[in-house]
Design a protein around this ligand. Sequence first.
Ligand code: RUB
Length: 327
Amino acid sequence: MSHESRGDIAPSVEETAADIASMEIRGAATIADAAAAALAEQATFSTAETPEAFRVELEAAARELYETRPTAVSLPNALRYVLRGMGGETVDQRRRSIIRRAETFRRDLEQAQETLGRVGANRLRDGDTVMTHCHSTDALACVEAAVSDGKHIEAIVKETRPRQQGHITASDLRELGVPVTLVVDNAARRYLDDTDHVLVGADSIAADGSVINKIGTSGLAVNARERGVPMMVAAQSIKLHPDTMTGHTVEIEMRDEREVLEDGSYSEITGDDSRGDDGFIVENPAFDVTPPRHVDAIVTEHGQYPPESIVMLMRDLFGETTSDPWE
Ligand code: RUB
């Protein structure tokens, strides 16, 4: 990737971009938060001498962050929000406007998650068991709010290969005092009979109500429908993908095959660590698409929506058209 004519990017922005790409920073809300913070850092770091040069630097930093992971729309939505707040005639005014806007964004993000959590908690009854997939801070906010309302909630936590983010969910739930049963992904259907709600997050929500989330979500949703278990998606409005209103599709990230093979299973099969000419291909899609017919409710900070109605909220929040985060 060429950084030509991108201006001077702050080392901390480069670090944030690398951490997002390597999933050191991960999960759609956390990525959005880190991206907004990085733009504020770029504003502080900038030594631009003209307001125009300052704008060019901020846009270059936004591109650097944007190109890390393609699926979670919270990333471009965050960048767009912060950059649109740039105002003023001088470099210092612009710097202050970006820093303020990033702070507002991060505060609102936290608030939205708390509000969403209270909405989602209303769907959970005392004594319910939820099944989770991957690690979603929005989904956990619903459980946290239910627990703080005094409800007893238990959780069946899917491990979520290949990166096993379910382990993070398990430990977060344990901290909330929620009894956790950890299961491998293949065991999920068996445990749906003990489950009252499937509860997942989202990386993007499309205009037709499709939910793009960690690979395996769609299979879980199909099984949940077949078992009659309601499927609830916890997603702040920053997860709404405005481009899908004009027919664009959401890009599904394909990640490095080593994530699938890192447990050594490949060399056990082939006796070879090097890969390449052994006659099979490893694919590692990070996300999948769950059609709206398998989703019961999308819970946002603006209330809960049947998936087919989410486009109304999308129009209210984004209008009809969108553009790149730096335009
Ligand atoms: C994370 C994932 C999460 C969503 C929502 O994928 O799919 O369910 O990002 O998370 P990855 P949150 O681990 O590949 O980033 O609710 O925290 O935004």
